[in-house]
Design a protein around this ligand. Structure first.
Ligand SMILES: NC(=O)C1=CN([C@@H]2O[C@H](COP(=O)(O)OP(=O)(O)OC[C@H]3O[C@@H](n4cnc5c(N)ncnc54)[C@H](OP(=O)(O)O)[C@@H]3O)[C@@H](O)[C@H]2O)C=CC1
Ligand SMILES: O=C(CO)COP(=O)(O)O
Length: 346
């Protein structure tokens, strides 16, 4: 079995390390905190990020990056998007062999509007990797760590490389599909976190399931609108990394984005919410990136704009909901059919 280096021992990196170890791979897990590496190797736990989960004893944790990546055939990056550029810069200093690089992060870089794989390609010399693969889908770490049935999608520009990563992760509880649409897979996973913040806000305001369904449905429409304008296949958003991840994130208290939105809807200040979360809430930075991007691309994203104003301009959530409900009347599908017509005529 392969040596696999997993970089990032948060909830998702630890859960993916568990899947890889269950598959019999030689898993080395990197954390930049020496005390966490010690806990994982001694107690086979990661209490801060995966409470009450017993990890496979075969997982070897280390805070030394060079040791972790040495002789690995695969490197799996699972750090928050805001840390990705920095960790890639560290990785290129210690990587001495060609590997397959997979990332499982969900975000867009504010300012540059770059997807995670674009950031990676900027920071890591291309002679150091076969290809860059993204792994994404409806996959709460808590449930994966309990070996509950989960499906995800892997995508890369070279499908045969995505298939190698599919083989690395797939097992009876963790079913992995492939997709040729790297752009759509990355954007679906990133943008759904914005709508999940909105779903949490809606629940925090005391609104019901009708409002949640409206948010998910119209949120998907604007995610697909922006994604398609950035080169994604619109059909990807009807798959696991689009509607699938939207559903699992907007309807679950496992979601950090939903939980953060819920507290915002109850009137808690954003800085307090993020401080108390203790884990990354990717949707906050992604809302900023998507808001800027939508303006630059001339793409209408009313829900994202509303969430942006709540997060960064102190808009009252109830006022934002009222504005969304009283917008000029529209046909429901005209924009998507226009996009599909354009793609068919390309
Ligand atoms: N959790 C989940 O269920 C899922 C998460 N994801 C995605 O996975 C990505 C990682 O998130 P997740 O694991 O949940 O996040 P967590 O907040 O659970 O953990 C983040 C981890 O990254 C580490 N980290 C943060 N900054 C740096 C840095 N500069 N250098 C090195 N390590 C750093 C943290 O270390 P420290 O403790 O020192 O801060 C921590 O170990 C996100 O993009 C998320 O959207 C995708 C699917 C499911
Ligand atoms: O991406 C996830 C599930 O697919 C986890 O979502 P959160 O980051 O909101 O916890």
């Amino acid at each position: 079995m392969e040596k696999v280096a997993v970089l990032g021992a948060g909830s998702w990196g630890t859960a993916l390390a568990l899947v890889l170890a269950d598959n019999g791979h030689n898993v080395h897990l990197w954390t930049h905190r020496e005390n966490l590496a010690e806990e994982i190797n001694r107690a086979h736990t990661n209490e801060k990020y995966l409470k009450d989960v017993k990890l496979p004893t075969s997982i070897q944790a280390n805070h030394d990056l060079k040791t972790v990546v040495e002789d690995a055939g695969h490197v799996v990056l699972v750090v928050p998007t805001k840390a990705m550029r920095e960790v890639c810069a560290q990785l290129k200093q210690v990587l001495n062999q060609k590997v397959i690089i997979t990332h499982a992060s969900k975000g867009i870089e504010p300012g540059t509007y770059k997807r995670v794989s674009e950031v990676m390609r900027e920071e890591i010399p291309s002679n150091l990797y076969e290809d860059i693969v993204v792994l994404s889908g409806p996959s709460h770490a808590e449930e994966v760590s309990l070996r509950q049935p989960t499906t995800v999608t892997v995508s890369s520009e070279k499908l045969e490389v995505a298939e190698e990563v599919q083989d690395l992760f797939i097992n009876r509880q963790f079913r992995v599909y492939t997709s040729p649409d790297l752009v759509g897979v990355e954007l679906g996973g990133a943008l759904k976190n914005i709508i999940a913040l909105g779903a949490g806000i809606s629940d925090g305001l005391g609104y019901g399931d009708n409002a949640k369904a409206a948010l998910i449905t119209r949120g998907l429409a604007e995610i697909a609108r922006l994604g398609t304008s950035m080169g994604a296949n619109p059909l990807t958003f009807s798959g696991l990394t689009g509607i699938g991840d939207l559903i699992v994130t907007c309807t679950s208290s496992h979601s950090r984005n939903w939980r953060a939105g819920n507290k915002l809807g109850k009137g808690h200040p954003l800085e307090d919410v993020l401080e108390q979360m203790g884990m990354v809430v990717e949707g906050v930075r992604t809302t900023k990136a998507a808001f800027q991007l939508a303006q630059d691309q001339g793409v209408e994203m009313p829900i994202t704009s509303g969430i942006y104003r709540i997060l960064f301009e102190a808009a009252e959530p109830r006022d934002v909901v009222d504005e969304l409900m009283t917008r000029i009347r529209r046909h429901e599908m005209e924009d998507l059919t226009n996009i599909l017509d354009e793609k068919m005529n390309d």
